[in-house]
Design a binder for this molecule. Structure first.
Ligand code: ASP
Length: 441
């Protein structure tokens, strides 16, 4: 049995719903369908989820949200009518409208998925199952066993199901919302609960590209990638698959196929336990801009556990989230994302210098991190040197290189302004060493 999740662009309008139906009916093992809220399309510049978030902002500010609700209603009705569905979705819309002033944020913002689910279930003739009835979270973590126990009695024999993504219920029976892009997680959880043999993630791209296609023109598609490699790429900013969606499928070794609703025939990327890349090959590149690097230096710093503990305590006081903290014998580099940096850096530097009598505390901002990911990196530490040398030869100054023992990624810190060039350069360097390229050379 396959679980198939359709993202926002796949359910953006009636025409997209029709494509989804074709995909579902072409394979009878696609039995469990997860849907996002209607997303953007050529004629719809705003995602339904963002309309709901706007309604929340307006209600909080005591402003009028009628026009925004009307926009939402029109979108939902146009899908229903475009599909010629005989479905009383007006009563669901009315029930939502009546609760706007009193409901929780999670309830309100999850309604896009709820409405997509209702429409899709009616359109496919599948059973609608509200995840609030079975997908149980406790302290923010899903309880898979309890969720399975709740779901099984709801299933009818020989009937496909449609489950809205992005939410479940908490221990008090209230709606629990997942992070943005959370329908990927819902699909992965459902695949785990139902012991699916494949989790299909249908999007608007034919698989995952080796590098951001907005930066690298015609970036090659990744045919096969391991769960761990994809996790690293997602954590480093690759946007195709929500990072928290990997664990539930990895746990059961359920393969994931990332596919394109608009071009199903093109195939996509398969995510499994091991990648098929050859030795030396990097499977993908991803990165993030806007980091600050705080370097603290003192001879023998890492011998002094008390200094390291004191640094952590000071950072906690400044409410700083450190993303990476690579260190050498005399230096620790603290990498902080600009958006997590709510504190006064000058003050932090002063406190670090005063309280720890550090020889040097330097701050560098506008740093971008670019990661090259490969399971083979553990065995190929020289790869990092080769890529750094290639950047150097193009006059791209590398401020730092991070690669720990068991890492399957190497991180390069460069200036924000060199971000795109760094990705292009690493990409072309990797490509020049790929076996197919070598054969052509
Ligand atoms: N609709 C939600 C979002 O826009 C969740 C999802 O699409 O997965 O983030």
């Amino acid at each position: 049995m396959k679980v198939a999740k359709f993202g926002g662009s796949s359910v953006a309008n009636a025409a997209q719903f029709k494509k989804v139906k074709q995909i579902i009916t072409s394979d009878s093992s696609r039995k469990a369908i997860v849907v996002s809220a209607a997303g953007k399309s050529a004629d719809q510049p705003v995602k339904v989820t963002d309309l709901l978030i706007r309604i929340n902002r307006l209600r909080r500010a005591g402003e009028n949200y009628l026009a925004t609700f009307d926009q939402l209603k029109k979108r939902i009705l146009s899908i229903r009518d475009g599909l010629k569905l005989n479905l009383d979705i007006e009563s669901d819309l009315m029930a939502i409208f009546n609760r706007i002033d009193s409901c929780s944020y999670d309830y309100l913002v999850s309604r896009g998925e709820f409405l997509s689910g209702k429409l899709m279930a009616a359109y496919l003739g599948f059973q609608f199952i509200d995840p609030a009835q079975f997908l149980l979270f406790e302290n923010g973590r899903v309880d898979l066993e309890k969720s399975r126990e709740q779901l099984m009695p709801l299933l009818k024999a020989n009937q496909g199901i449609v489950v809205p993504g992005f939410y479940g219920a908490d221990e008090f029976g209230m709606i629990h919302l997942m992070p943005r892009g959370g329908s990927d997680i819902s699909g992965a959880l459902l695949a785990n609960i139902l012991d699916a043999n494949l989790y299909e993630n249908w999007t608007d791209v034919s698989g995952i590209k080796m590098a951001d296609p907005n930066i690298v023109n015609h970036s090659k598609k990744i045919d096969r990638i391991s769960y761990d490699e994809l996790h690293e790429l997602s954590l480093m900013g690759a946007k195709v698959f929500q990072e928290d969606a990997i664990l539930p499928v990895k746990q059961k070794g359920i393969p994931v196929a990332v596919l394109n609703t608009n071009r199903p025939q093109e195939g996509g990327t398969l995510v499994v336990n091991s990648s098929s890349t050859e030795k030396h090959e990097v499977v993908g590149i991803a990165g993030k801009r806007d980091f600050v690097v705080i370097s603290v230096k003192k001879p023998g710093l890492n011998q002094h556990q008390d200094s390291v503990a004191k640094i952590s305590a000071i950072l906690r006081k400044f409410d700083l989230n450190v993303d990476f903290a690579p260190f050498g014998p005399d230096v620790i580099d603290l990498l902080v994302s600009e958006k997590d940096k709510h504190c006064d850096l000058k003050k932090l530097v002063k406190v670090l210098k005063e309280q720890l009598s550090f020889q040097e505390v330097n701050v560098q901002d506008n740093i971008a991190l670019v990661a090259a990911v490969s399971s083979h990196l553990r065995m190929q530490p020289a790869l990092a040197c080769r890529l750094a040398a290639a950047l150097d030869s193009k006059d791209i100054p590398v401020h730092l290189v991070i690669q720990k023992d068991q890492d399957i990624k190497v991180l390069f810190g460069v200036s924000n302004s060199e971000y795109a060039e760094t990705i292009k350069n690493i990409y072309s360097n990797i490509l020049s060493l790929m076996p197919s390229k070598r054969a052509l050379a």
